[in-house]
Write a protein that binds this ligand. Structure first.
Ligand code: DP6
Length: 363
């Protein structure tokens, strides 16, 4: 089993240089959902997601070799240009938790600046893009200081491993088009420890898919994903669910390869509704969909039945609708959104996105 604890990654301060790294990392939307985890952030079932394009986090990390005798993580954290104690604490905790992987973090003074391409108040605050960007920055620091991540595949694999420890779904955001996380025979080289790229076996039609996000509510959700995962441990449907996810995963890989949009769409919608059904069947039960989530689902299905156009929905762990459709029908779908869905969104907010080409190193 691949592990990344490495005590050798400590700085010999005579030679080490200060530096500054930045990465942009996109968010993702899972088609087979990760819901339920164990151990050190390991998934109960395989998941696969589209990597998005516009919804991104940009993170810069400046590091100076420490000259004071301060101990532990020394961090100044800024979100959207301002200091943010809540995020600062979260990032400090995360960095402390991966000191076995990057022991040199105790020898640096860090300044991290992070911002999102989408408004923070839009209700899609994404730990996936944030943790993805941070993990990429950390691996670049390692490469700068030690030259140990020269090989590109190794670089992304380690970044995905580290992103996973920050937030499970983040590990899939590091690859163009699609990423797979979780071990499954149908996906060669797949692992519970990191995600793998899944672009090659995806039909052309999916590579330019759209994902427009209907913001049903901008409010912070009442139950976090972390708590939601925890409730799966005592969910009476858990074992059946994990088997169902595996079966759907296998079927989806075939549909993705064949360009079978109808099967893809059926699985995507079934997964979204199953995710929310699991929440409703948790102890205690809870509901993250809002009335307009249901109204939109009904409108989407009615529109599809009436027009025959292949437009489908997904949901993440919140009330917002992700509208998934192929590029060739975008004109008709955008008109449908404007007429029928946008009026049901909070302040009419729709975030247009599509399948993207993965993270970018910007400095
Ligand atoms: C419903 O990755 O946010 O979006 O690992 O606790 O950070 P943590 O959870 P998170 O869970 C994502 C759940 C999901 C499905 C998915 O993206 O696969």
């Amino acid at each position: 089993m691949q592990q990344y604890e490495n005590q050798a990654l400590t700085i010999d301060s005579d030679k080490a240089q200060n530096g500054n790294i930045s990465w942009q990392c996109p968010s993702n939307i899972a088609i087979i959902k990760y819901w339920g985890k164990y151990g050190r952030q390991l998934p109960r079932n395989p998941s696969i997601s589209f990597t998005l394009d516009n919804a991104r986090t940009s993170t810069s990390l400046a590091y100076k070799v420490r000259t004071s005798d301060a101990t532990g993580i020394q961090l100044n954290f800024f979100f959207e240009g301002e200091s943010n104690p809540a995020f600062q604490t979260k990032v400090e905790k995360f960095l402390s938790s991966i000191i076995d992987i990057f022991p040199f973090l105790n020898q640096l003074d860090l300044t991290i600046k992070s911002s999102n391409s989408f408004p923070h108040s839009a209700g899609i605050a994404s730990s996936a893009s944030a943790m993805g960007a941070l993990a990429l920055c950390l691996c670049s620091v390692e490469q700068n200081l030690f030259g140990t991540l020269q090989d590109e595949d190794e670089f992304y694999k380690k970044a995905s491993y580290v992103a996973r420890l920050g937030s499970g779904s983040a590990c899939r955001s590091l690859y163009p088009v699609m990423g797979i996380w979780g071990e499954r025979e149908s996906a060669a080289s797949s692992s519970n420890l990191f995600a793998i790229p899944w672009e090659q076996k995806v039909h052309q039609v999916f590579r330019s898919f759209h994902d427009d996000i209907m913001i049903v509510s901008k409010a912070e959700k009442s139950v976090s994903s972390r708590a939601g995962h925890g409730l799966m441990e005592n969910n009476v449907y858990a074992d059946l669910r994990y088997q169902q996810a595996k079966d759907r995963f296998d079927a989806l890989l075939i549909a993705l390869k064949d360009g079978d949009v109808a099967t893809f769409g059926k699985i995507a919608e079934d997964e979204a509704l199953t995710l929310h059904a699991l929440m409703m069947a948790s102890e205690p039960s809870y509901i993250l969909m809002r009335p307009n989530t249901i109204t939109m689902i009904e409108k989407i299905r009615a529109f599809r039945n009436k027009t025959g156009l292949q437009v489908f929905f997904s949901l993440d762990a919140g009330p917002n609708i992700h509208l998934l459709y192929p590029d060739e029908i975008k004109v008709a779908v955008k008109e449908f959104i404007q007429k029928e869905l946008a009026p049901l969104c909070e302040d009419g907010t729709v975030i247009e996105d599509q399948v993207g080409s993965g993270p970018r190193k910007t400095a």
